[in-house]
Design a protein around this ligand. Structure first.
Ligand code: ADP
Ligand code: ZN
Length: 619
């Protein structure tokens, strides 16, 4: 940190000089434009509005020539800048020789001539102000460095870069605004209690929390929760983002850390929230860019956190979606020693979040939020809020007074798969897609007691998909049985199977690419990680470590790797055969489904069941 002073000082000189040059330039340019603006105002007030919008640029001899031939009506001169209006109303400007004889010559032509004397003063200003500012600036930094360590730098830092630091405002957000993540709420309740009732904790000799690390996917409500803690405890909330601390100027991060901690100390008890803390707190050596500076910033953060006594009443809350990337130094006792993991909300959580935000929009009672929650596995709180927002936009676009179930459905598909495509699809492709999707739909109906029920089938292209069959889980799944996986693989292969059966092997298309990838993924994962293959046995061949990193075939000998390949193929082949058999036996029914899809484009679960059921009855 100390040698950093010298280093940053060098940078500062360069910076200061650049500043002088930039300001100087800016001043001169501003000068110019200021004159022109004033000039044109004067002229407009003389000639009225029928002046041409943009002045033409004339050179000195052209101005003289125009003047000599009596074409100039009026001209205003400041220093060497001339701007004026021709007799025909054209505006012009240019540079002239500011010489008494020239001016006389123009005046003699009969043009009205205005000479602005303020020029001299402006000129001096233009020259001296930037230099003076530069001197003050450098002095300011110098004093800062000598006197208050990096304090001056800090002041400069905030002056240069108006940070996104949210300054100690009391927040109205409370725990009531955070729903669906009860477990996390419970874990931070203690911090609220502490902030509200410091003495009680101290009397008991309880170790007081200093730092809390909230980790979890983006949009799971980390920021919201931090705010709510401040709101519940009725203390000020300071927030900054880790990425704000990484600057091009060496030493900026260190200064900013000092600055916010200084602010927080003055306002304790309070919450100091640092979002994206991984931006400063990465493992050492993880990032190459500006590594040294980042490390100094991190050190400063650690110094600050170690520095304040436990009873200072500042609680630092860090947030990250990459806890595995953090430097262990951050997680030591007395620093971020409390960690709260915020999971993506489960079905109940999603429902609660949807209910919260449904209150803020006009929504039809026909929208079944439980169903929406069912169909939004993997959505974060922010995604769910966005879903209702998108739904409201769609409803508004369709001039509806309320959000209908169709709006929510459309918004969900848009978020999941991207917007609908207007792409023109040939009748032939459409037919192939319809049979492909009918294959998926029929086979998933066949397995409906084993695996997720079908939600809808469509041949409306969206994102990269030509069509799709969506299935909705009844619950968020914790584990999946072997039978279910095999059924899922068969359903994946059913699209391709239908193409083969109805159009022949020559016509099969690339439309099954994603299906095949999915089938392969399911089989590989079951076999190499979940131990679901009898041939391979319950050994982990691929492994996922606690940080979610995957290693492919790491623990396999060449022989095992070969066996795995054979086994994956066997699973997929078997599933493919099953799918083909199911479709082949029910060719007529799959055909009806496909023709209905061609007619109606989208079929809901109920519609699909009805078609299949009616057909079955007729038999
Ligand atoms: P993070 O900090 O984890 O990226 P945010 O707290 O910024 O997520 O969440 C973004 C927005 O999403 C919040 O302002 C809020 O509107 C909404 N949101 C996210 N999670 C929840 C939740 N559990 N309850 C209510 N709203 C939520
Ligand atoms: Zn498919």
């Amino acid at each position: 940190m100390f040698n950093n002073k010298d280093k940053s000082f060098n940078y500062l000189w360069i910076f200061g000089i650049m500043f002088v040059i930039l300001i100087g330039r800016a001043m001169f340019f501003d000068n110019n434009s200021a004159i022109n603006v004033r000039g044109s105002e004067t002229i407009e007030s003389i000639v009225g509005e029928n002046v041409s919008a943009k002045p033409v640029q004339l050179n000195f001899s052209e101005i003289l020539a125009a003047s000599d031939t009596g074409k100039i009506q009026s001209v205003e001169i400041r220093g060497v800048d001339a701007s004026g209006v021709m007799v025909d109303g054209t505006r012009f400007r240019g540079v002239i020789d500011n010489d008494a004889r020239v001016l006389e010559r123009i005046a003699a032509s009969g043009a009205s001539l205005t000479i602005d004397k303020s020029r001299g003063w402006v000129e001096h200003l233009g020259t001296w102000v930037p230099i003076l500012m530069g001197i003050i600036f450098i002095y300011w930094i110098y004093r800062g460095l000598k006197g208050g360590g990096m304090g001056g730098m800090g002041r400069m830092a905030s002056a240069m870069n108006p940070t996104k630091i949210t300054v100690g405002a009391k927040t109205k957000v409370t725990f009531a605004d955070v729903v669906g993540i009860n477990h996390a709420k419970q874990e931070v309740q203690e911090i609220v209690d502490f902030l509200k009732n410091k003495e009680k904790f101290q009397k008991l000799g309880a170790r007081i929390p200093r730092g809390v690390l909230l980790s979890g996917e983006p949009g799971t409500g980390k920021t919201l929760l931090a705010r709510a803690i401040a709101g519940e405890a009725n203390v000020p909330f300071f927030a900054a983002s880790g990425s704000d601390f990484a600057g091009i100027i060496v030493g900026l991060g260190v200064a900013k850390i000092k600055e916010i901690f200084e602010m927080a100390k003055k306002n304790a008890p309070c919450i100091l929230f640092i979002d994206e803390i991984d931006a400063i707190g990465m493992h050492r050596g993880r990032s190459s860019f500006n590594d040294q500076d980042r490390e100094q910033t991190l050190n400063q953060l650690l110094i600050e956190m170690d520095g304040f006594a436990g009873d200072s009443g500042i609680i630092v809350i860090g947030a990250t979606n990459r806890p595995d990337m953090l430097d262990v130094a951050l997680l030591r006792p007395g620093r971020f020693d409390r960690q709260v993991y915020i999971e993506l909300p489960d079905q109940t959580g999603r429902r609660e979040i949807l209910e919260l935000y449904a209150k803020k929009v006009k929504i039809s009672p026909d929208v079944n939020l439980q169903n929406v929650a069912r169909g939004t596995t993997g959505f974060s709180g922010a995604d769910l809020e966005n879903l209702l927002n998108e739904s409201a936009l769609l409803a508004a676009r369709n001039n509806r007074k309320q959000i209908t179930p169709a709006d929510v459905e459309e918004a969900r598909d848009k978020i999941l798969m991207g917007p609908k495509k207007d792409r023109k699809i040939s009748a032939k492709d459409l037919k192939l897609t319809a049979y492909h999707e009918a294959g998926h739909a029929f086979v998933s109906l066949h397995y409906k007691d084993i695996t997720d029920p079908i939600h809808k089938a469509t041949i409306i292209p969206r994102g990269r998909a030509l069509g799709m069959v969506q299935r909705l889980p009844i619950d968020d799944k914790v584990s999946v049985s072997r039978a279910e996986i095999k059924a899922d693989i068969a359903i994946s292969m059913a699209g391709r199977s239908a193409e083969e059966i109805f159009f022949g092997p020559g016509a099969v298309s690339t439309g099954a690419e994603a299906d095949i990838a999915n089938a392969t993924y399911l089989a590989r994962r079951s076999i190499t990680m979940a131990g679901l293959s009898d041939k391979i046995g319950p050994v982990a061949i691929n492994q996922v470590d606690t940080f979610g990193r995957r290693s492919a075939l790491e623990n396999a000998s060449e022989k095992t790797a070969e066996m795995v390949d054979v086994e994956i193929r066997a699973w997929i082949d078997a599933a493919h055969k099953d799918a083909r058999a199911i479709i082949f036996k029910n060719k007529a029914m799959v055909k009806t489904l496909a023709e209905e899809l061609l007619k109606r484009e989208t079929l809901s679960h109920e519609e699909i069941e009805k078609i299949v059921f009616v057909k079955k009855k007729k038999k």
